[in-house]
Design a protein around this ligand. Structure first.
Ligand code: BGC
Length: 761
C-alpha cells in the first residue's frame, strides 16, 4: 500500500470509510474534502460515452459523444489493433467530458441469441471475447482512463436479470463463462470490474465471495476495485464480505449506517472495510493522474467509427451482384435507409455527435445513377400492405433494389430478451415481395444479434450484415456496396436456421428463480458441432470480394511440452482480383481426453491484408491453455499427454489445413482417487495403478470365478461382467469377493488410499 493511501486510511473515520464504499450520486464516488480525496466520475459505456450532465439523474439527454459500433460489430472485425484504437478514441472523449472510468466492455458470453443485450457483448466464444475485451481495455487505459469490465458473471439473459440464479457447473463456468474475464483481467488489468445483478448458483454476484474474492482477486490477481452493477447490492455488509468494494449508485444512507453498525458490533471486521477503502482510493487517485480537459476531434472519431464498421460488417451472401457497378437505376427501400439504426436501447444509448444517413451516403458513392426511395415498412409493429405495394412498384423498373432492414427496438434491447429470432412479419413480407419481382435484391441488415433468414434468403442476391453499426456505419455500408472497401468481417457468433436449433433452447429462460445452464460447455459452435446441426451461417464465416488460398501449414514443433506451446504457420494467398483481408482461425481438437470435450475450440486467430497475388505467412501461437481443460476434481486447468489436431480454418465450418501435434504434459497431478473410485479410475490413475496393479490381477481372476464373464463366458446373466466391473467402485467389487480376502474390503481400500496419499509426498 502506498504511504499516501495508508496515511489517509489511518485518518479516516469509520463513517467516512463506509461512505466511500457507496457512491455519492448516480455517477460519482464520495469525496472526502478534509483529506483531499476527490470524487471520481464514471459513465456508460461500452461503445461510446453516455455522460449524463446532471450526476443526480440516471438518464437525460447525454452530452454528444461518438457512437462506435456495438460489440457484436466490433468483435466481427477480429482486428485487435483496430479495437485497441477505438479504445484510445473512447478515452479521449472521456478526458474531454470529464469521465474517469467508462463502464465497459461487456465480456458476457452469447449463450442464446435471444439475449436482449447480446449487441453489447462480443461473442459466443470465450477466446475471441477475451481478446476483444482485453484490446479495448488496453486502448482505453493506455490514455489514463479506467474501464469497468462487466457484468461479472454468468449474466447471459435479461429475463429476471436482477434476481435469477444462473445455475452453472464449475467446469462450464471455468471454460465458457469466465475465460474472457480472466484473459482481460490478467492481461489488460481493468481498473474496475462490475459485478452482475444475477445470482450465481444461489448467491448474488454482489455477495459472492467465491467469485469476487477467491477467483477474481486471489486467483487472478485483480488489483482494481469491484463495483456493483447499478442497484445490484442487497445486503451491503454481506457484499463487503463477499469482495464488493464500491456500491453504485448512491447516496444510500441506510447502507452506510449498516456498515458502520456492523463494524461497531463486531459483525464486520474493519480490516475488510479497510481493504475496500484501499482499493477505491487507489483507483480514485490513479484516475486523477489524468487531467480531464479539452475537446475531442469529432470528425476523426467519426472516421474511426467508420473504420471499425468497415471491418466489422459481414458479407453473408453474394451471388456476384456486389459490388454494384454500372447500374442506371437503384431503388432504395426501407425506413432505416433514412433513419439509420446504429445502436441499441438501454444504458449504452448514446447521443451521437452526428449520424451518417445510409441513403445519402449511397447517393454520394454512386454518381450518375437514378435513385428512387420507398419507406417499405413502418417504424412500429403495424402491418401496412400499401408500403409493400409501393416498394414493389418502384423496384420493378430499377436495375437493383437495396433493402435496408433494421430490427426494431421493440424486438431487441437491454432490459428484455427477444421472443424469437425473426425480423418483423412486415419486413419478411417486404423482402419476399420485392425479391419476387426484382432478382437483383440486396438486403442490408441492422440488428444486434442473429436473425433467421430461411424464409427469404434464397430469393435475394446478397445479404450484408451491418449489425448495430455505429454513427458512421451508413458510410461504411455504402462503401462496401460499391466496392470502395472490401468486406472483411467474420461472424463472432453462429447464425442458426431456427430458434429450436439453438443450444439453450430447452433451458431458456428458466423459471422459479433459476435458469439451468443445462447445455454445459456446449454453446455456440461447440453445440452445433456436437449435435451435427446444420446452421445458416457458421461461427467465423464472412465473404469477401476476393478469394484466399491456404497452403504450406507448418508447426514449430511436432512434439512439445505444454508450457512451451507451439506456433502454427500457414501461407495465405490472395488469388482474386482485389485487395482484401482474411481472418485465419486455429481450432484445437483433442483426439482423446479424460473428460468429454467439445469437438474443436478456437484458440488463435490472425487478420492479414493481401494485395491480389500476394502471399503472406501467418503465425499463430498456441499456449498451455490452448490445449488444457478445467478438471473440476483437480480444481485446476490440466493437460493430458496425447495427440491434438490443429485445424487451420476460414470459418468453423471451413477447415483448410490440418496438422497433428503431440503434447507432453509437465503436470505432476495429485491423485484424486477416493473411496468411491471405480476399478477403471484406479487403473487410469498413475499413482493408483502402481499401488493397485498387482492386486487387480488377483481380483480380476477372483471376479471372473464369481461372476463368470470375460471373453467367452457371460456367466449366465447375458452381460459382460468384466466390463461392468470396471465401472464399479473398487470397494464394492471387493465386498462381492470378500470371501477370498483376508481383511474387510473397507480396510483394504483405506490402506491403498493411504499408500497413494503417501506416494504423493
Ligand atoms: C447496466 C450496466 C450499466 C449501469 C449504469 C445497469 O443497468 O446493467 O451495464 O453500466 O446500469 O447505467
Amino acid at each position: 500500500m502506498s504511504d499516501r493511501i495508508q496515511n489517509i486510511i489511518s485518518k479516516m473515520t469509520l463513517e467516512e470509510k463506509a461512505a466511500l464504499c457507496t457512491g455519492a450520486s448516480w455517477w460519482t464516488t464520495t469525496p472526502i474534502e478534509r483529506l483531499d480525496v476527490p470524487e471520481m466520475m464514471v459513465s456508460d459505456g461500452p461503445h461510446g460515452l453516455r455522460r449524463v450532465p446532471d450526476v443526480h439523474m440516471v438518464s437525460q439527454d447525454s452530452l454528444p459523444a461518438t457512437c462506435f459500433p456495438t460489440a457484436s460489430c466490433s468483435a466481427s472485425t477480429w482486428n485487435v489493433e483496430l479495437v485497441r484504437k477505438m479504445g484510445e478514441a473512447l478515452a479521449e472523449e472521456c478526458i474531454a467530458l470529464n469521465v474517469d472510468v467508462i463502464l465497459g466492455p461487456g465480456a458476457n458470453m452469447k449463450r442464446s441469441p435471444l439475449c436482449g443485450r447480446n449487441f453489447e457483448y462480443f461473442s459466443e466464444d470465450p477466446f475471441l471475447a477475451g481478446e476483444m475485451a482485453a484490446s479495448l481495455i488496453n486502448g482505453i487505459q493506455s490514455r489514463g482512463v479506467g474501464t469497468s469490465l462487466k457484468h461479472f458473471a454468468a449474466n447471459n439473459q435479461e429475463f429476471q436479470r436482477f434476481s435469477i440464479s444462473s445455475e452453472v457447473d464449475e467446469r462450464t463456468l471455468r471454460e465458457i463463462y469466465l475465460p474472457a474475464f480472466e484473459k482481460a483481467v490478467k492481461t489488460a488489468k481493468p481498473w474496475t470490474v462490475m459485478c452482475s445483478y444475477n445470482k450465481l448458483n444461489g448467491t448474488f454476484a454482489s455477495e459472492n465471495y467465491r467469485l469476487l474474492t477467491e477467483i477474481l482477486k486471489n486467483e487472478w490477481g485483480f488489483e482494481g476495485l469491484v463495483v456493483s452493477d447499478w442497484g445490484a447490492v442487497h445486503d451491503r455488509v454481506a457484499a463487503l464480505k463477499g469482495g464488493l468494494d464500491l456500491e453504485m449508485p448512491g447516496p444510500q444512507e441506510s447502507r452506510v449506517k449498516a456498515v458502520v453498525e456492523a463494524v461497531r458490533s463486531g459483525k464486520l471486521d474493519e480490516a475488510i472495510l479497510n481493504e475496500s477503502v484501499r482499493r477505491i482510493l487507489n483507483i480514485v487517485f490513479k484516475a486523477k493522474e489524468t487531467p480531464k480537459k479539452g475537446t475531442f476531434d469529432v470528425n476523426a472519431h467519426h472516421e474511426m467509427a467508420r473504420k471499425v464498421t468497415a471491418e466489422g460488417m459481414v458479407l453473408l451472401k453474394n451471388n456476384g451482384l456486389l459490388p454494384l457497378k454500372g447500374q442506371q437505376h437503384i431503388a432504395v427501400i426501407g425506413q432505416s435507409a433514412q433513419e439509420a439504426h446504429f445502436q441499441g436501447g438501454g444504458s449504452s444509448h448514446i447521443n451521437p455527435t452526428k449520424v451518417a444517413v445510409p441513403f445519402k451516403e449511397l447517393q454520394i458513392h454512386v454518381l450518375d445513377t437514378e435513385f428512387s426511395f420507398a419507406e417499405g415498412y413502418p417504424a412500429d409493429n403495424s402491418f401496412q400492405q400499401d408500403l409493400i405495394d409501393e416498394a414493389v412498384t418502384i423496384v420493378k423498373t430499377a436495375d437493383v433494389a437495396v433493402l435496408y432492414i433494421a430490427l426494431p427496438t421493440f424486438k431487441e434491447s437491454e432490459g428484455y430478451d427477444r421472443a424469437d429470432l425473426d425480423l418483423t412479419q412486415h419486413q419478411v413480407a417486404l423482402i419476399k415481395a420485392v425479391s419476387k419481382v426484382q432478382p437483383n435484391t440486396v438486403v442490408v441488415l441492422n440488428n444486434g444479434a442473429p436473425v433467421t433468414m430461411d424464409d427469404w434468403i434464397d430469393g435475394v442476391a446478397a445479404v450484408l450484415e451491418g449489425y448495430m453499426m455505429g454513427q458512421a456505419g451508413g458510410i461504411a455500408i455504402a462503401e462496401a456496396l460499391v466496392g470502395k472497401i472490401n468486406p472483411s468481417g467474420k461472424l463472432a457468433e453462429t447464425f442458426p436456421h431456427r430458434l429450436v436449433d439453438t443450444p439453450a433452447f430447452i433451458n431458456w429462460p428458466g423459471g422459479a428463480g433459476k435458469v439451468n445452464y443445462g447445455e454445459g460447455l456446449f454453446i455456440g459452435y461447440r453445440y452445433y458441432d456436437a449435435k451435427q446441426i446444420p446452421v445458416l451461417f457458421p461461427f467465423g464465416f464472412g465473404l469477401s470480394y476476393t478469394t484466399f488460398a491456404y497452403s504450406n501449414a507448418k508447426v514449430s514443433k511436432k512434439t512439445f511440452k505444454d508450457n512451451d506451446g507451439v506456433t502454427v504457420m500457414v501461407d495465405v494467398t490472395n488469388i482474386g482480383k482485389v485487395t482484401g483481408k482474411e481472418i485465419v482461425q486455429v481450432y484445437v481438437h483433442d483426439q482423446k481426453s479424460g473428460l468429454v470435450r467439445p469437438e474443436k475450440e478456437l484458440k488463435g486467430f490472425a487478420k492479414v491484408e493481401l494485395k491480389p497475388g500476394e502471399t503472406k505467412t501467418v503465425s499463430i501461437p498456441l499456449d498451455f491453455r490452448a490445449f488444457a481443460f478445467y478438471h473440476p476434481a483437480y480444481s485446476q486447468w490440466i493437460t493430458e499427454d496425447g495427440d491434438f489436431d490443429l485445424l487451420i480454418a476460414a470459418s468453423a465450418a471451413d477447415i483448410r489445413q490440418k496438422l497433428t501435434v503431440t503434447l507432453e504434459s509437465t503436470l505432476k497431478l495429485p491423485s484424486i482417487l477416493d473411496k468411491q473410485s471405480t476399478i477403471r479410475e484406479w487403473n487410469n490413475d498413475p499413482l493408483g495403478k502402481s499401488v493397485f496393479g498387482a492386486f487387480y490381477t488377483q481380483i480380476a481372476a477372483q471376479g471372473k470365478k464369481i461372476f463368470g464373464g470375460g471373453e467367452n463366458d457371460q456367466g449366465g446373466m447375458g452381460m459382460d461382467f468384466m466390463d461392468m466391473m470396471g465401472d464399479m467402485p473398487l470397494v464394492s467389487v471387493l465386498v462381492f469377493v470378500q470371501e477370498s480376502l483376508d481383511r474387510p474390503a473397507d480396510d483394504i481400500v483405506d490402506e491403498m488410499l493411504n499408500q497413494v496419499h503417501n506416494l504423493k509426498k
